[in-house]
Design a protein around this ligand. Structure first.
Ligand code: FES
Length: 137
């Protein structure tokens, strides 16, 4: 024979406790999800740069690298494919390196070594006028 509680006060207390436990469990899941979603970019960033200032080799701009070789350019994101740190050039300008976990890339963005396991993202660019280009991140 199954024994059931006849005490309504006890039943209400158990019901409140179970609601509290469910609310707590949802909070544990929803708070980090909310923080993650708030960190996602909301607006696209546009980087404008002058064609005149671009020289052969790697050019470092705040959010992008502009790699020029034989008058052809390639725009690379400076965001590391591993966890998103900003990639830098090495002292000699011969290689690109992530300061966070040490991923390394060639100056045209090809993966060499480290935890990133992928090339730097190549970005499309458009001409604003004959002197400027823009890239949307
Ligand atoms: S964020 Fe660049 S190697 Fe980890």
């Amino acid at each position: 024979m199954v024994k059931t509680s006849q005490n309504p006060a006890r039943r209400e207390a158990l019901k409140s406790l179970s609601q509290y436990i469910v609310s707590f469990a949802l909070g544990i899941f929803l708070i980090p999800l909310s923080r993650f979603l708030n960190r996602l970019p909301k607006n696209k960033t546009v980087v404008r740069f002058a064609r005149k200032g671009i020289r052969e080799g790697i050019n470092v701009l705040p959010a992008i690298f502009v790699f020029q070789q034989n008058k052809q350019i390639k725009i690379l994101s400076r965001r590391c494919p591993h966890l998103g740190c900003t990639v830098q050039t090495d002292a000699a300008g011969k290689e690109l390196r992530c300061p966070c976990h040490g991923s390394r890339f060639t100056v045209d963005g090809k993966y060499i070594a480290g935890p990133a396991k992928a090339d730097l993202q190549e970005l499309a660019y458009t001409s604003i006028n004959e002197r400027e280009w823009k890239v949307t991140l």
